[in-house]
Design a protein around this ligand. Structure first.
Ligand code: SAM
Ligand code: SF4
Length: 336
């Protein structure tokens, strides 16, 4: 584990898990419409209901004072939120926050990569599901592969400490590209994680059970070309990692279905409306926006609400690809 906790206080849930990782969705909006994440036509949260960037910073401060050492800025597409660089600059100053990262679809990186680096961001995850422009367009509905590849080049040129590619793999859409994606990442010194699709929100594009392509299947495919050495390394998230003997690349698998990751869950999520979600796959939550706005300037009240939220963190998700979705929020709202 790379995160070091400098605070004496820690958030511990009733199953004894220490929570030191917060994922923040700064917007539910996005310039893409990935088929596993959204429907083609989406209604977004009215801007007035969003947390302001100042409110996000205040909540982040409260969490770091409670021992959280890793924060991921995500969405929706975080880099389409206005003045987002200011948020990175502010969070970069928080004592105890040793690991500030973001996940982006890469479309804004040609113009923002270098500013993000300047703002103090050290690590970045970029989503890339296909290296074929047409398939990429089909998966993202509107995305332009060249723009994202340009964004990856810009991130590489900006000199981030670490860049990781995220790829959601769907059967018959991009499953035959897993080896090419690993090759692409390793040639550029980037790591890569494969993600199993999760049943978050109703989607109209495909049947999630039919499109399921397991992490084990991906590993088998990769083993035709690479030697995957198991490693206990972890980056404080849900990935299970292997190292490629040939290139040293770290390849992760996020496998909510085939290898449930709840037992050592260390994270909670803040939606763009200020709802603190205690689990990705359950609805247990606390309205931190309400706490914040009813007690202006009172960080202690906010910290108390966060401490108390630990009592309702559920043991785990109950994802079932064959059943109707029970979680109606899409991933862009949840903060993937
Ligand atoms: N827009 C940014 C991006 O795409 O990287 C950040 C937000 S996105 C919700 C974060 C990650 O969640 C992406 O890697 C995306 O591929 C993944 N994701 C979205 N919907 C998903 C789903 N239903 N199941 C699994 N992963 C999903
Ligand atoms: Fe946008 Fe990311 Fe969802 Fe794709 S996965 S629609 S890029 S938020």
């Amino acid at each position: 584990m790379e995160t070091v906790n400098t605070n004496s206080e820690q958030l511990i849930d009733k199953f004894g898990r220490t929570i030191d990782y917060l994922r923040i969705s700064v917007t539910d909006r996005c310039d893409f419409r990935c088929v596993y994440c959204m429907e083609e036509k989406m209604e977004f949260v009215p801007r007035a209901q969003l947390l302001t960037l100042e409110e996000i910073s205040t909540i982040a401060r409260a969490f770091t004072e409670l021992g959280v050492s890793k924060i991921r800025i995500t969405g929706g597409e975080p880099l389409v939120r206005r003045n987002i660089l200011k948020l990175f600059e502010d969070l970069g100053q928080l004592p105890g926050l040793t690991n500030l990262v973001t996940t982006t679809n890469g479309s804004q990186l040609p113009k923002l990569a270098s500013d993000l680096k300047q703002a103090g961001l050290k690590r970045i995850n970029i989503s890339l599901d296909s290296l074929d422009a047409e398939k990429f367009r089909r998966i993202t509905r509107v995305g332009d592969l060249n723009k994202v590849l340009e964004g990856i080049d810009a991130a590489l040129a900006a000199g981030f400490e670490k860049i990781k590619i995220n790829a959601v793999i769907l059967k018959n859409r991009n499953h035959e590209e897993v080896t090419d994606l690993v090759q692409f990442a390793s040639e550029r010194g980037m790591d890569l994680s494969f993600i199993e699709e999760m049943p978050l929100g109703v989607i109209d594009d495909h049947d999630r059970a039919e499109a399921y392509y397991s992490s084990d299947q991906i590993r088998e495919d990769l083993e035709k070309t690479f030697t995957l050495l198991p490693t206990t390394e972890n980056t404080g998230g849900p990935s299970n990692y292997f190292r490629l003997a040939e290139t040293g690349t770290l390849v992760g698998f996020i496998s909510p279905h085939s290898h449930n990751f709840c037992g050592d869950c260390n994270r909670v999520r803040l939606t763009c409306e200020g709802r603190l979600l205690l689990c990705l796959g359950q609805e247990h939550s606390v309205d931190l926006r309400h706490v914040l706005r009813s007690n202006p300037g009172d960080l202690e009240k906010l910290k108390q609400a966060i401490r108390e939220s630990m009592d309702i963190k559920p043991e785990g998700h109950e994802f079932d690809l064959t059943a109707k979705p029970v979680i109606f929020r899409h991933m862009n709202v949840t903060g993937g």
